[in-house]
Unconditional design. Structure first.
Length: 168
């Protein structure tokens, strides 16, 4: 596929068994009001959310993860996001065994108004940075807020709406 084409087909999202982001709903302002599902990541503890996905038509050029998020209340400050991929190869990966995630990070400034959506972009290089995942394989995309990073100055929860995986 070409650069910018969507290659990650999301199968489902799942909180890990520890240090997971909390599921929340934000009410929209329309009549009838929308209900925006999001995962709240704390400003004092590193928390995580996992997305199970399949690479589809991936050409091997690395991926770009776009994180769609908003601040629960803050109108200033930076949020440090991290993304890591776990390869789940056919007949080769035991999901019951431990795995060490290697994160690629990006710092994104919050919008000037609470409730405005921001786009954080993380580029992950093909190969070991992506756990050597290949086209058509299953993977786990783990997203974290690196709350204990000195560059994360956003006060309060960062609300993750969703992610998209495109070819770099």
């Amino acid at each position: 596929m070409a650069t910018g084409d969507t290659v990650g087909v999301m199968l489902r999202e799942a909180p890990p068994s520890t240090n997971y982001a909390e599921l929340q709903y934000v009410g929209g302002g329309s009549t009838d009001a929308e209900s925006i599902t999001c995962w709240a990541l704390d400003d004092t503890t590193d928390e995580f959310i996992d997305y199970y996905f399949r690479l589809n038509s991936y050409g091997g050029g690395g991926v770009t993860i776009t994180i769609y998020w908003l601040s629960a209340a803050a109108t200033s400050g930076n949020c440090v996001w991290g993304a890591a991929i776990r390869r789940v190869a056919d007949d080769a990966e035991d999901l019951d065994s431990s795995h060490t995630y290697s994160y690629t990070s990006a710092t994104d400034a919050t919008a000037s108004a609470a409730g405005e959506v921001d786009y954080a972009v993380i580029t992950i290089t093909d190969g070991t940075n992506m756990d050597n995942i290949a086209n058509t394989e299953l993977g786990v995309l783990r997203i974290t807020r690196d709350a204990n990073n000195g560059s994360d100055t956003l006060v309060g929860d960062a609300l993750l709406i969703g992610v998209v995986i495109t070819e770099t």
